[in-house]
Write a protein that binds this ligand. Sequence first.
Ligand SMILES: NC(=O)c1ccc[n+]([C@@H]2O[C@H](COP(=O)([O-])OP(=O)(O)OC[C@H]3O[C@@H](n4cnc5c(N)ncnc54)[C@H](OP(=O)(O)O)[C@@H]3O)[C@@H](O)[C@H]2O)c1
Length: 380
Amino acid sequence: MQRLCLLGASGSVGESTLKVLRLFPEVFELYSFSVNSNLVKAKSIIEEFSPSYAVITSDEVDKTLLGSRYKNTRVLYGASNMSEIVKMTPVHIVVTAVVGSLGVLPTIAAIEAKKKIAIANKETLVTFGPYINSLLEKYKVTLVPVDSEHNALFQLVESQKRENIASLTLTASGGSFRDLPIDKLKNVTVEEALNHPTWKMGPKITIDSAGLVNKGLEVIEAHFLFGFPYEKIEVVIHPESIVHGMIELIDGATLMYASHPDMIYPIAHSLFFPKLTPKQLIESKPPKWKKLNFWEPNLKRYPALTLAYETGKKGGTAPALFNAANEEAVSLFLNHKIQFTQIPEKIDSVLQSIAVEYPEELEAFMQADIQAREFIRGNS
Ligand SMILES: NC(=O)c1ccc[n+]([C@@H]2O[C@H](COP(=O)([O-])OP(=O)(O)OC[C@H]3O[C@@H](n4cnc5c(N)ncnc54)[C@H](OP(=O)(O)O)[C@@H]3O)[C@@H](O)[C@H]2O)c1
């Protein structure tokens, strides 16, 4: 039995991970999980899976609601307990499905404890990439990516000799406004932005997808996961979201990874890795793949993608600035404080105003993250 610690169990990736656990109760057991403030979800997870530990990270919840009423589940409060539950000896696999760069401390704890890590929390990798990679090398730990594009690339890259791979390609659905005239982007509403054409995801990543900020974060994530230079990481729009990643080989051929656009595929793969998921996940014929479209992104529509490449190439603390500025800007947009098109403008203003540093230690990356947030808050 493989015991799981699931951070961010109440979110979209958390929910899909629980679906996978329900499909394989003889293989995986939920040992512990965290939510931020969703006590209703926490209660239902405790009652269904009877885990040993539940962590509620928000300080603003009523601690008497879950209390000590569960015989088999100890409920812990406070964000630092995420790092405590990932380290526990019975845990075999840690799934990091919290949103935002705050996922860094439990990720570090999981690496130091040499756990198998299925990572969905891309903001941590983008913000702290050089530091996380140095830890992975020191502790000889591999991250298995849960992000569907990176999970696809992980499987493709694994199948080839590295010197035979010419480049990597991430596909992008194009988000909620793929077909909207560019001059209309300024006035889109939060509700429209949250209406993603193919994926059902949490609010932050759905907004990120609408402006291709998400793809920008993923380009940087791919750089840190696979070590390819930015010149060899490409993005194509693929509205059907059936092909998730491609690698081009030196002989000019392309290998593609395709599956239903459902997160249970990459999640199950990351949990079973290095084995393959032993049974069909969705009991139906493949969707109608008669017509698959691919085209280059229009960079006028998606200025954040250009910014992300520039940021990645600068390196150092630049991705930390990009990510934190974006987290703050998305939150402002979701709270109706700025327009959609101001998100890349806010990111750019941070990148223009705060100097990039090239540190090795964690604190300097954290400092860049804080500086960017303070800059946005001070200028809004
Ligand atoms: N959704 C997808 O299909 C998808 C695909 C690929 C990658 N990802 C990545 O996976 C991560 C999670 O995405 P998601 O869409 O699942 O997000 P989501 O639906 O918004 O869920 C976020 C989870 O994080 C918890 N959380 C929020 N704020 C927190 C805080 N301050 N401290 C601790 N926990 C906190 C939430 O708890 P509460 O519910 O209690 O607030 C929830 O469990 C993101 O990094 C995203 O980029 C997502």
